[in-house]
Write a protein that binds this ligand. Structure first.
Ligand code: C2E
Ligand code: MG
Ligand code: MG
Length: 631
């Protein structure tokens, strides 16, 4: 193969093109392929082999061939032609290889007579490999081939250097990322990565509506082993523990090392509790099996705390903290066991929860009852109404105040059946009194917002009236201001429906809610019940001109809008006197009577001489003390 000057020029042009191609190559294997193909063509060889120096620099190994060959060829550096070039970096051109003492045939599975072998070097001159072009014929490669292949190998060496450097960089940064996220001793995800993966698992669970379990594992007695047998043994033990934990869960679950002898397992898809319990029990069993470290048998056990998402927490930190919490409970109670997280409740929370469950039974056990508190017209001391106030007579606790259990009933939705029962019972009682000849008076029933908002509320009222036979005009519903704030249209419609039926409507605790005068004007309200907080300060040092002015304004407002105004919580004669002065028509309060049981209420009205014929009888002005007060 003889180069004329022109063809050599062509060769150099070709070389520049190749250089550019080599430069753009990012995949090492592909680059090596390009190198062998191009050099093969460049010197018109029959076969070209590229060797790389191994990491220890003891051997070179064939890495790329111009024509397919998957044989593994390895040569010690310094042995054979390629080995020699790899050793000293000097080009060797054998024109009659078979007769050259340096040549040993068969290394590359090919009987060659001409070999041109050039070193591949980095920019700093370090040898990284060898390129060997072969021809079957002897008399092979010219000086011109030597030159062009040397030039080519310089470029190829640089390209290899650049690509391996980039690869190495990539590998290093991947390694750094791995190290930042993994525990160096066990190779398990560390705390950082655990939190990330757990967040993802919770997210998934949220979307796909399944549960996630977190197992917080702490080894028992590890410190003792570590202290007495040394860190090397401790480390080896931790590695084996990591391995056993991984063996106990699915591939998709997460096993992480939290630090020290603490591990966390995330069971990312939990279908039922039994499976969590089973996995945990198996893990505990696996950890109880002896570990063999440096020829000695070691025994440990573990304490596992479990928390579940979403039952035991809504966030990564909460779920982890609660699992940790449960683990400490296990430690306290003798180790080598597991426990699910349980909410620590303070006493009031415990009572609330207990009351809730009790309240469920209260209705069917007949523990609920109604007390009645008289409402009296100031002008003539006539009984004009009574408010039905619920009481819960719990078998163990005695009387529970509505202030305590009504909010619970609202929270649990129990207020719906309870509220329905109240209306029904109040109607029944009122009708019963009428039937037994007591003067007919209106009964006021408190209605909770939740109850009023129900579509079947009107039906509930109708049913109670129908069942008892009570005329609607003897029933008043006490609504709160808050209740009137919702969807104006449906509320207004309901109120007018109730008016249509003929029941009375009162606003309870008037002045404490989001008072809006708009509804007073628009809605069919009959009665304003002034909240006791305004009345309470009357005649006390807390009384201010403002309170008095406010009371006066409410009374006037009622008068002008043609509504009854009744004051709640009237306890003293002084309060009564002021209320009368400003034109409030009715009162309800301890001054007249506490809320009374059915029997007490009956005797209260039936007392000799009838109920106070006229408040005015009692002086000064009125002799209020003679009005019977029943506790
Ligand atoms: P409320 O409707 O404003 O009832 C008046 C409350 O004031 C009653 O408390 C009554 O016992 C008390 N009271 C009456 N006169 C006086 C007084 O002179 N001084 C003082 N300090 N207090 C007086 P109770 O019976 O504990 O009821 C509290 C609240 O529970 C009621 O306030 C009402 O909002 C609610 N409630 C009672 N029964 C029911 C019911 O059947 N259903 C619903 N949804 N709520 C009810
Ligand atoms: Mg009330
Ligand atoms: Mg009230």
């Amino acid at each position: 193969m003889i180069y004329c000057k022109d063809s050599r020029e062509l060769g150099y042009k070709e070389l520049v093109k190749i250089a550019m191609q080599l430069n753009s190559e990012t995949d090492l294997n592909h680059l090596l392929q390009v190198i062998v193909q191009e050099s093969n063509a460049l010197v018109q060889a029959e076969r070209t082999v590229l060797f790389l120096l191994d990491q220890e620099q003891h051997e070179i190994y064939a890495k790329a061939w111009s024509s397919p060959d998957d044989r593994e060829v390895r040569l010690p550096v310094g042995r054979g032609i390629a080995g020699m070039v790899a050793f000293n970096g000097e080009l060797i051109n054998l024109r009659d290889a078979q007769n050259d003492p340096r040549f040993s045939d068969g290394m590359v599975g090919y009987t060659a007579h001409s070999l041109l072998t050039v070193a591949l070097k980095t920019s700093s001159g370090a040898i990284t490999g060898v390129l060997q072009c072969l021809n079957k014929n002897s008399g092979g490669f010219e000086e011109a081939d030597e030159e062009i292949l040397t030039a080519f190998c310089e470029l190829a060496g640089l390209a290899i250097e650049r690509t391996t450097f980039a690869l190495e960089q990539k590998r290093l940064s991947a390694q750094l990322i791995f190290q930042a996220n993994h525990d160096a001793l066990t190779g398990l995800p560390n705390r950082l990565m655990l939190e990330e993966s757990l967040a993802k698992a919770l997210n998934d669970a949220n979307r796909k509506k399944h549960q996630v379990a977190v197992l917080f594992i702490d080894l028992d007695r590890f410190k003792m082993i570590n202290d007495s047998l040394g860190h090397t043994v401790g480390d080896a033990l931790l590695q084996q523990v990591a391995h056993r934990l991984q063996g106990g869960v699915r591939f998709t679950d997460i096993v992480a090392r939290q630090g020290g002898d603490e591990f966390v397992i995330v069971l990312s898809v939990v279908k039922n509790l039994q499976s969590v319990t089973r996995i945990t029990e198996n893990l505990l069993k696996a950890l109880c099996e002896p570990f063999i470290v440096s020829g000695q048998e070691l025994y440990i056990s573990a304490s596992i705390g479990i928390s579940l998402y979403p039952t035991h927490g809504a966030s990564v930190t909460e779920i982890l903290r609660h699992a940790d919490n449960a683990m400490y409970k296990v430690k306290d109670q003798g180790k080598n066991s597991y426990q699910y997280f349980v909410h620590e409740m303070d006493e009031s929370e415990q009572r609330r929860l207990w009351l809730m469950t009790q309240l469920h039974k209260a209705l069917e056990l007949g523990e609920l009852l109604l007390y009645y508190q008289p409402q009296v017209e100031i002008e003539n001391a006539r009984l004009v109404g009574m408010e039905a106030l619920i009481r819960w007579n719990h078998r163990d606790l005695g009387l529970v105040a509505p202030g305590e259990f009504i909010p619970l009933a609202e929270e649990t939705g129990l207020i719906i059946p309870i509220g329905a029962w109240v209306i029904e019972e109040a109607c029944r009682q009122a009708k019963d009194w009428q039937n037994r000849g007591l003067p007919p008076v209106r009964v006021s029933v408190n209605v909770s917002a939740l109850q009023f908002g129900r579509e079947d509320f009107i039906e509930t009222v109708l049913h109670a009236l129908h069942k008892s036979g009570l005329e609607p005009r003897w029933l008043e519903l006490e609504l709160t201001e808050g209740l009137l704030l919702g969807d104006t249209y449906s509320i207004t419609a309901k109120l007018y429906q109730l008016k249509e039926i003929g029941v009375y409507l009162a606003i309870d605790d008037f002045g404490t809610g989001y008072s809006s005068l708009r509804y007073l004007q628009q809605l069919p309200i009959d009665t304003l019940k002034i909240d006791q907080s305004f009345v309470r300060t009357l005649g006390t040092p807390q009384e201010t001109p403002k309170t008095k002015a406010l009371l006066k304004t409410i009374a006037m407002l009622g008068y002008n809008l043609d509504m009854r105004v009744i004051a709640e919580g009237v306890e003293t004669y002084q309060q009564l006197a002021y209320l009368e002065e400003i034109g409030c028509q009715e009162i309800q309060g301890y001054l007249i009577s506490h809320p009374l049981k059915v029997q007490e209420f009956e005797s209260f009205i039936r007392q000799p001489g009838g109920l106070v014929a006229s408040l005015k009888k009692f002086g000064p002005g009125y002799n209020i003390t003679s009005i019977q007060r029943t506790a």
